[in-house]
Each structure stands twice: as C-alpha cells, then as structure tokens.
Design a protein around this ligand. Structure first.
Ligand code: SF4
Length: 181
C-alpha cells in the first residue's frame, strides 16, 4: 500500500465520512449523494494504490436475489439453482470464471462475519449508497471497490447490478495478484 493512498483513505473514510454523515442529518436530501461521493472517492484512490492481492471476495446484498426465490443463500450462495431469474446465477458464474470467493450478506453484521471468515485481501462489494459507504469504512484497511446496485423496483427489492462493472473491478484486482513491489 502506498503511503499517500493510505493517508487519503484514512482522511476520507475516518474523517470526511462521519463529517458528511453528520451534515446529512441536516441536509437529508443530500445524504445519499454524500455516501455515493465517498464510494467514488474510495474507488479512485484504491485504483491508484499499489496492492498485492491474493484472495478476492465478491460481496453481494441480499436484495439482489429474486424476491420470489425460496432458496436460502445467506450461508451458502451455491445453493442457487441457477434458474436465471436474477443476477445471482451470472455473478456465481463470474466468480467461478475468475476463481474468487462470493457471498451474500443480509446486513452489516453478516457482512463483517463473512469478511472475518473469508479473510480477503480485496473486496468487490455491491450495495446501495448507504451500505456500500458504511461497509467500506467498516472493512478499512482492506481495499474495496464499491459498485452501486440498480433499483428498478425501488430500494431493497429485486435489485440488480451491472455485470460488466463487477467484472471490470475483478479484473483490476486480479491484475494486481502477486505483484512484486
Ligand atoms: S438465479 Fe438462483 S437466486 Fe436467482 S432466482 Fe434463480 S435460484 Fe433463486
């Protein structure tokens, strides 16, 4: 990790983030924008870092699963029957293609538990502005590339994500595997 990226991530995640969240309690309409701004800034800095990645985790929100699907995926995403009714099938196949880990988290507590168990060197995380920004702060100093989910049916139900963006983030980390400094 470069010293300047470490410094700026600390400034953004440990100082700017709580400050913006505090401001967001007064400027409620701006809070989501502040969270998205934190995610964007974090991604920009992570992608300028010099990191050595061996184990990558793709961490997904529960709301990406089709709301009519009765399979319980929280503890084992591979229980998915791959019917194609939601992006879980494609995301599993993407992680299989690149040989990386994948998990679903129903909230911050489960996400922290997954990270503790998998012990990734890097995370590609998909979530809404709120969960993504707080998750990036929680998992610091692990480098996280955050990808905002898409919400065609509103928040927290049948959300989706750009597979291309997830794949690009994975490729970026994979290109940094075992890099000697
Ligand atoms: S792809 Fe998997 S998670 Fe999505 S609806 Fe089908 S079985 Fe359920």
């Amino acid at each position: 990790m470069k010293a300047w990226t470490h410094f700026f991530r600390v400034v953004i995640l440990k100082f700017a983030y709580p400050l913006l969240m505090f401001l967001g309690t007064f400027l409620k309409t701006k809070k989501t924008d502040f969270q998205a701004y934190i995610v964007t800034l974090n991604n920009l800095i992570v992608m300028r870092d010099n990191i050595n990645v061996n184990k990558i985790l793709v961490l997904l929100p529960h709301c990406i699963q089709n709301s009519k699907c009765d399979v319980r995926l929280t503890f084992d995403v591979f229980k998915c029957r791959r019917c194609g009714q939601c992006k879980i099938k494609d995301l599993i196949e993407l992680t299989e293609k690149y040989g990386v880990s994948i998990a679903i988290a129903t909230g911050g507590t489960i996400a922290r538990k997954v990270v503790k168990e998998v012990k990734p060197d890097a995370i590609v995380a998909v979530a809404c502005e709120r969960d993504l920004s707080s998750g990036i702060v929680d998992t610091y100093p692990i480098p996280v590339l955050g990808i905002l989910n898409e919400r065609p049916f509103g928040p927290c139900i049948d959300t989706t994500v750009s597979l291309q963006k997830v794949e690009e983030a994975l490729i970026w980390f994979i290109n940094h595997q075992d890099r000697k400094h």
